[in-house]
Design a protein around this ligand. Structure first.
Ligand SMILES: [Zn+2]
Length: 251
């Protein structure tokens, strides 16, 4: 069974036909972990998780939103975390590429949410774009012991540092792109037990659908690519990915 460990089914790209898309996901037998990026999308994720037994939720504030968090956001997240289908705090992290929030605001909100995850004993789902070293330093200092680097774009060497901290790595459509040399090398080389797969839908649609809207039914395409890059049997990879997902989120 496949899991899409990072999706945004709450995105407005699905407003017209969300029910139909979810029906297709169900028919494909794929489970989804939907990621929050602010309070509203965290609540939306929980609402989806309430309605569909194969959807789970992460709750958290994305670095882009760090500048606009309500003063009591930690209390709100703590309260939402009581829901039984919350599997992680995320997506949280740092984004120095778009830099939509001031770096200091990003770091503050990231550190506070890592603290919350530690307090609640939940794993974290981390977004790191061009902020690898700061992300590593902050996670190390936080004492958080379990998490996912979503859509991992760092080096293999950096990944080994994250593995020491109890982290996993998920890969999506990018590994099907021709020019994605580094992520392809990294996914081929990492220990099998540290790998998960995701769509990050509606973004990052794998080839040959690149440019169109992404959704969790594209997960087997991504898994096929991982199997090919690692020279593995498709079904063997599927079982390993499922086990890794269970080890990280459902234990
Ligand atoms: Zn995301």
């Amino acid at each position: 069974m496949f899991f899409d460990v990072h999706a945004h089914l709450d995105d407005e790209a699905f407003d017209e036909d969300r029910k139909e898309v979810i029906k297709d996901i169900q028919n494909a037998g794929i489970c989804v972990i939907n990621a929050g990026s602010d309070i509203a999308s965290s609540e939306f994720s929980l609402d989806l998780a309430d309605r569909y037994d194969f959807i789970y939720a992460c709750i958290g504030i994305h670095p882009h939103e760090a500048k606009d968090v309500p003063v009591d956001y930690l209390d709100i997240l703590r309260d939402l975390s009581k829901h039984k289908k919350v599997v992680a705090i995320g997506e949280i992290g740092l984004d120095y590429y778009y830099d939509l929030s001031d770096k200091e605001d990003q770091k503050k909100v990231f550190m506070e949410q890592l603290g919350l995850a530690k307090e609640l004993d939940l794993p974290v789902v981390i977004h790191d774009r061009e902020a690898h070293q700061d992300t590593l330093d902050i996670v190390k200092a936080s004492g958080v012991k379990k998490g996912l680097m979503h859509c991992y774009s760092g080096s293999y060497e950096m990944a080994l540092e994250f593995i020491k901290l109890g982290f996993y790595f998920s890969f999506g459509g990018i590994i099907t792109f021709k020019n994605a040399k580094k992520p392809k090398e990294v996914v081929a080389k990492l220990p099998l037990e540290s790998i998960l797969c995701e769509t990050d839908c509606p973004y990052l649609t794998p080839e040959p659908y690149r440019g169109r809207r992404n959704d969790p039914t594209k997960i087997p395409i991504i898994a096929q690519k991982i199997a090919e890059l690692r020279d593995m049997d498709f079904h063997g990879l599927e079982m390993a990915l499922e086990q890794n997902t269970r080890n990280l989120f459902f234990k």
